[in-house]
Design a protein around this ligand. Sequence first.
Ligand code: SAM
Length: 446
Amino acid sequence: MNVPTPSSPPSPPLWRQLQAAAGALQAVRGGQSATAALAAVPPGLRPAAQALLFHGLRQLGRAEALRALLARRAPPPPADALLCLALALGWDEAGAPYTPFTLVDQTVEAARRGPARAQAGFVNACLRRFLREREALLAASARDPVARWNHPRWWIERLQRDWPADWQAVLQAADHPAPLTLRVNRRRSSVAALQARLAAAGIAAEPIGEDGLLLPRPRPVPELPGYAEGAFSVQDAAAQLAAPLLLDGLARPAGRPLRLLDACAAPGGKTAHLLERTDADLLALDVDLARCARIHENLARLGLAARVRAADAGDPYAWWDGQPFDAILLDAPCSASGIVRRHPDVRWLRREADIARLAATQDRLLQTLWPLLALGGRLLFCTCSVFLAEGRERIETFRARHTDARMRPAPGHLIPRSAAVDAAVPDNRRRDNDGFFYSLLEKGPA
Ligand code: SAM
């Protein structure tokens, strides 16, 4: 973890990294996103703190169960975060990034020198007891499904209902870091040209999908050749399916540009992919003004142009000019349950009640946008969710009320599979994608 290269500055001591990561873990437990929590960490410490925090979040169910066995009453939040982080890092002897001695020594040092100083002795005693009684404590904790699968109980139970044959693989996949996947900007480069450029810099990359390159060993993105000049973007292989699904085979209007709506566009990943693949008059909406700024930044870097508006897609009176769209992309707000391997905080931040609320928003956006589509036009509905309530069930509900919505071929639910489970499958690499749902609807006569 965090191995220095000859040109990089020396890493901060581990106790400082642990302190920063524990502070961020405490903030996530208090309801902040990991992104916001890490923004408060000094830049020099951030990459190391992120690696530790993400490891901690992926193993938090196990760590909290162990802490509860070691001490029935939780210590104050700073000490509890530090203790749980150390348990998350150390419980699995084979996968632990540090020796037990280093981890205990540095965790106690982190406690002594920070807000958990009054509990340094307690942290030390808990960790030493864990090392002495490891086997028994692990066996006891494994009886709790939250500890076994490192997800909230309601999440596990929903996956068991939705994916009776695959729920374990889906949960397991969430505990493996995602590969780095690039989407080549067709207007500035090609898959072969960028692959050759990366190879010349000593970076291995394999083609994936029509526009993608997968880097088995992730690297800091701005350091990759071609980033600043907009030769590529970072986008998971599953997300790269949206633009070809919507555009391939779409009838082109005579005498005017294609009219496209990207209804929930920020930060503009799919907007940009659409524009890399076709010339169009594209309206990119997002309700979040700050996130609209990111659409502008991304389009500028990639050399693309769209009309960008901060608006509620569910209130077309505020932004629609009355001209029907040839195609609409509805990448709807969702639980993000399909991208937990990239955002390990999401599983702990979501509440079960969020799913029904998000499903209601998805229904409202589908219903509102459908009348804005031209006859013969297409609407692509997608979410980065693995829950049926944010995919298949939404489309079934919608089609029950809209007889003019025809289904066109689309992948439906793409669920991530653990590399560990799929190692024997020859096309394993193709399955190494985020969880997504795609449904493509074409408007026919009513
Ligand atoms: N399509 C984007 C991309 O590929 O980069 C990702 C979109 S993200 C899944 C969903 C977005 O929907 C968020 O940026 C959120 O701000 C936006 N959103 C949520 N409710 C909305 C609404 N009522 N109208 C427009 N945008 C909305």
